[in-house]
Design a protein around this ligand. Structure first.
Ligand code: IPE
Ligand code: IPE
Ligand code: MG
Length: 238
């Protein structure tokens, strides 16, 4: 499709790494490693075709409930990913940004420092904004936003009557980011698992049985084609 509309913001729930590995008799962490490879290809492809914002769900506030060795493996992978990005930061054109509770004590300090460094080094990049949802939970984000807003009301910075959807959006981690146009979830699961509950209210959903490590740029383009056949109404009658 040559005259297709490229969604400005695409959000992805990268699911199925564990099942992909299990099917092949490999450890779950090998599935996560292969998932990172798939992600790297999707990031450069999305940037190339003109996606302005790409948000991926990498680790949820609920994922800490997984076995310690899996959590440790995932933290190690994130660290390696950031190291790799820091090494090629001059060549890359995309911005790196985390959504989620980055201040939390549960995140290893060394990893936090690397994340802040990569965010700082890429903040003026001209290409796509790549947002990684890490230690992210939608309910947690809304609660953190509410607490900040209440503080501002108590300190007289915000007046109660001024609070509307636009103002509240500015208290979320996705401040200044347009809502996703398209949300993709791989692995056949059809739920949002606490991903962007405020922001996805009018997004188009695309579910595919493809496991995340098998998700190629071709699969990504298929989702964009499906999006091009949707009619978005936003509550209106046509
Ligand atoms: C997604 O794959 C990656 C993370 C949640 C970190 P899963 O690990 O959830 O894979 P499945 O769903 O068990 O197959
Ligand atoms: C959602 O996947 C979180 C990420 C992809 C990072 P999960 O695999 O954790 O979701 P559930 O538990 O199947 O709902
Ligand atoms: Mg899963």
């Amino acid at each position: 499709m040559s005259d297709r509309t490229i969604p400005e913001h695409i959000a992805i729930i990268m699911d199925g790494n564990g099942r992909w590995a299990k099917e092949k008799g490999l450890p779950r962490n090998e599935g996560h490693r292969r998932g990172t490879k798939a992600l790297e290809k999707i990031i450069s492809h999305a940037d190339k075709i003109g996606v302005k914002h790409l948000t991926v769900y990498a680790f949820s506030t609920e994922n800490w409930r997984r076995p310690q060795d899996e959590v440790d493996g995932l933290m190690k992978l994130f660290g390696q990913y950031i190291d790799k990005e820091l090494k090629k930061v001059d060549k890359d054109s995309h911005r790196f940004h985390i959504i989620g509770d980055l201040e939390s004590d549960v995140i290893p300090e060394e990893l936090k420092a690397k994340i802040y460094l990569l965010q700082e080094k890429t903040k003026d990049k001209p290409g796509m904004c790549f947002h990684m949802a890490f230690n992210y939970g939608g309910r947690d984000e809304i609660l953190r936003g509410c607490k900040k807003l209440i503080q501002d009301v108590q300190n007289g910075i915000v007046v109660l009557d001024e609070i509307d959807e636009t103002l509240f959006s500015g208290y979320l981690d996705t401040k200044n980011i347009p809502d996703p146009d398209l949300m993709i979830r791989t692995s056949g699961e059809e739920r949002t698992s606490n991903f962007l509950p405020w922001q996805l209210t009018y997004s188009e959903f695309y579910f595919t049985p493809c496991m995340w490590p098998d998700f190629t740029t071709k699969e990504f383009d298929k989702a964009i084609d499906a999006y091009n056949h949707r009619q978005r109404r936003f509550g209106k009658s046509e």
